[in-house]
Design a protein around this ligand. Structure first.
Ligand SMILES: C[S@@+](CC[C@H](N)C(=O)[O-])C[C@H]1O[C@@H](n2cnc3c(N)ncnc32)[C@H](O)[C@@H]1O
Length: 228
């Protein structure tokens, strides 16, 4: 009855407009520009358990291929619980160092036997290492959790401490659109490959992007390969 009355008094064009506005309001979870990162999650032991497994079948296999045969020193930026460092150490003769903002996650690295002298608690937007201290660096599932300004600082900082190349695995939107900042249990950018390439090109002139096999409902993985 109420619906019939509404239809009678509101012309279809007005109803259409109301429906569109309602849809836009429902998309509130896409906030385009966060002013700060949400980091509380990375101090939660339950999250540490998830971080111990998530990339086993995809991203963590791929980084072994990307770094295969290298015998040098490498930095894992935002290394989480250190699971990837542990995996790499099995088949790679490199010295692998790690850093992360979360004391809890760095303590998990130490618990699994990674030398504490090779670990640092720090913000990746301002890495406390010397210029060209590492030949290569990588990050996995991390860059997308930084603000836009943070991503630029992360890339500048990692470029400064790395001599040759950086490998950074990120999710991009399956829609190929810049969907912006998603507030799920983790907050992150779900944007197009073009958005990422343009951002990286502000810092690196040689930017390549290749597929990762990681995916979920709304995103698919990519590796950014950034050469100095
Ligand atoms: C999704 S986890 C990925 C961890 C790890 N790379 C892996 O493959 O499991 C994102 C990581 O980024 C770290 N992180 C977030 N913001 C950071 C910052 N500003 N500086 C350094 N690490 C940060 C978190 O503590 C967390 O370990």
């Amino acid at each position: 009855m109420l619906k019939k009355l509404i239809k009678l008094f509101f012309p279809p064009i007005l109803l259409d407009a109301i429906i569109k506005i309602k849809k836009k309001l429902n998309k509130k979870k896409y906030v385009q520009r966060p002013s700060k990162q949400e980091l509380d999650l990375y101090y939660n032991p339950e999250m540490a358990k998830i971080l111990d497994e998530w990339g086993e079948r995809n991203a963590w296999i791929e980084i072994q291929h990307l770094l295969h045969g290298k015998k040098t020193n490498i930095l894992d930026i935002a290394c989480g619980t250190g699971k990837v460092i542990e995996i790499l150490k099995k088949n790679n003769e490199s010295q692998i160092f790690g850093c992360d903002i979360s004391e809890l996650l760095i303590s998990k690295c130490i618990e699994r036997g990674i030398d504490s002298n090779k670990l640092k608690i720090c913000d990746a937007t301002n890495l406390p290492y010397k210029e060209n201290e590492f030949d290569y660096c990588y990050s996995i599932g991390s860059l997308e959790h930084f603000t836009e300004d943070g991503i630029i600082k992360f890339l500048e900082s990692s470029k400064r401490v790395t001599k040759f190349e950086g490998f950074h695995m990120i999710p991009v939107s399956k829609s190929n659109k810049d969907e912006g900042w998603i507030n799920n249990y983790q907050s992150y950018f779900n944007n197009s490959p073009r958005w990422w390439i343009d951002l990286c090109k502000k810092i690196y002139s040689d930017v390549k992007i290749i597929d990762s096999t990681w995916e979920d409902e709304i995103s698919t993985g990519k590796w950014l390969i950034l050469k100095k």
